[in-house]
Write a protein that binds this ligand. Sequence first.
Ligand code: AMP
Ligand code: GLY
Length: 458
Amino acid sequence: MPPSPRMLQVFDAHAKAGDEFCIFLKGYSIAMNVLVIGSGGREHALCWKIAESPLVSKLFCAPGNGGIASIAECVALAPLDFDAIVGFCREKRIDFVMVGPEDPLVAGLVDRLDAEGIKSFGPSAAAAQLEGSKGYTKDLCAEFNIPTAAYGRFADAAAAKAFIAKKGAPIVVKADGLAAGKGVIIAMNMNEALAAIDEIFSGRFGKAGAEVVVEEFLEGEEASFFALCDGTTAMPLATAQDHKRVFDHDLGPNTGGMGAYSPAAVLTPALVDRVMREIINPTMAAMKSRGTPFKGVLFAGLMLTKSGPQLIEYNARFGDPETQVLMTRLASDIMPALIAAHDGTLDKQTLYWKDDAALTVVMAANGYPGTYEKDTEIGGLAAAGALDGVQVFHAGTRLDGARMLAVGGRVLNITATGASVAAAQAKAYEAVAEIDWPEGFCRSDIGWRAVAREKQSI
Ligand code: AMP
Ligand code: GLY
C-alpha cells in the first residue's frame, strides 16, 4: 500500500506525494523505544531531535547528563559495558540504538548489537578503524588516491626521527590510536618534532601510542564535513565549522571544540561535490571492497588548501559541537534517516534543512582543557533557554536535586538560530549573558570567519 498523504505528513513535514520513504520502515514499530549512548552536548542535541520524531514513543539515554534528563530517561549504563547495554535493550524492548561517541564504536558495540539482533546506528569496529587508527586511514588514502598530507608510519622512535630529519619542520606528529584529541602535535621546529616522538613512545598514550604517524603540515582553513552512510550510499549533511583552539582569535591549545556554526559558506556547493567525489565516495567504495562497509556518519576533518580539499582525519561519529548546530537546522525527522543508514536504504532518503543559520557557544569550566573544578553550580539556565530561537544543550552537567552542577570540561552549548550566522551569533551571546556561572568561561568570537564573510558579501 503506498503511503497516504497523511502518513507522509507524519513522517516528514516537507515530504511530497510520491516520496517513497515509508517502505523501509517495514520491520520497525511505529512506537519505537530508542536508546542513545553517550553523555555530551552531541548526545543532548541528538536526543532533542530524536525525541521530536513521531516514530519514537520512549527515549532512553545512557548515561546522559543533567540536561538530557529533561527529555529522556537517563540510565546508569557505561558505554563500554556491552553486556549491561544488551541486557537493558532486552528488558526495555529497545528497537534502535544510536551510538554517539567513538570509544564504544571502536570497541565493537555495533557488532555486538548486530549479533544480538538489535538494530543500531554506527559503524562496525572494523569500519570504525577509520577513526581508531590514523595509520589505517593514511594507508587507505594512499591505496585509493584520496587527497591527504604525505606521511610516514612508524613503530619505533629511531625510524620516525630519521624521517623527520629528512623532511624538516613544520611537521605534524600523531599517536596512531584514540587519544581524546591529545595525541596530535604540530611541531613548528625540529626539536619539538623529536620531543613529540619521545613523548608518544614514552607510553603516556598507552596502546594508542604504540605507533606514530608523521605527516606534512597542511596550510589552509579547516572545515567539518559530515556524510550519512549506509555501506554503499553516502549523503552529505549541511556544512559546518568548529573552533578548536581554547581562546579568542583561535589561540591557545586545541580542544574538542569551543563552538561551531552552520552553514559554513567556505564549503560552497561545488566544494561539497568535490569532497564527495574525491574523498567520501572513494572511501565508501574502498571500505566496501575491503569487506568492511562503513555505516553511520563519516565525519571528515578537512583542510581546504590552495590545491583543494585534503583529508586531515576521519571520525566515525557525529562531531561535538557541530551536531548541536546541525540538529537545530535539520527540518526533517531524523529517525527515518538513521534507520535507513542501518538498513542500507539511504538512496531513498532526502533530508531537508532550514534556511536559518545556527551557532553554538561552548561554555567550559575555568582551566579547561587542563584541570578544572567540579560540582560548581550553574544558574540562569531557564532564562537563557526561554529566549526565542535558543536551545541550551548540556555536556558535562548533573542534576543534584533542583541544582544543576558542572561536572566536566565542556559543560554547556548555548545554541541559537537566526537569519544569518551574525544574527545567530548575537542571539547565542545574548543567552550566554543570562548564564550565571562564575567558574565557567567561553570564547567571545565564535563564528568570526563566517560573520566576516557575510559582511564581505553584502
Ligand atoms: P586531528 O586529531 O588529526 O584532527 O588533529 C587535530 C588538529 O590538528 C586538526 O584539527 C588540525 O587543526 C591540526 N592538524 C592535524 N593534522 C594536520 C596537518 N597535517 N597539517 C596542519 N594541521 C594539522
Ligand atoms: N568538534 C570536533 C570533534 O567532534 O572531534
